[in-house]
Ligand binder design. Structure first.
Ligand SMILES: [Ca+2]
Ligand SMILES: [Ca+2]
Length: 90
């Protein structure tokens, strides 16, 4: 199970902008903020495992003002955090 934390099945590393663009698409209700649920669903759509835990940790890390959602200003922090998981696109 441990290996599943390391997502390396795809090849090219995402640039910062690509990653942010991808994260913005997680905002399915288009309110400009990414909720924990949207983050979880989005991560799952990338084929990641443990999305419930990951979404919780990422949100906790990136949600600077503690309102429970990731706003556009906070998306940079979220991108930095998610980047460490090594998400790659083919
Ligand atoms: Ca939203
Ligand atoms: Ca926030």
């Amino acid at each position: 199970m441990r290996k599943a934390w390391c997502v390396r099945q795809i090849e090219l590393p995402l640039t910062d902008d690509q990653l942010k663009g991808m994260l913005r698409r997680f905002d399915t209700n288009r309110d400009g903020k990414i909720s924990r649920r949207e983050l979880r669903v989005g991560l799952r759509s990338l084929g990641l495992h443990f999305t419930f835990i990951r979404a919780g940790r990422a949100l906790h890390h990136a949600d600077g003002n503690g309102d429970g959602v990731i706003s556009d200003e906070e998306i940079n922090e979220l991108a930095k955090y998610v980047y460490k998981w090594g998400i790659f696109i083919s």
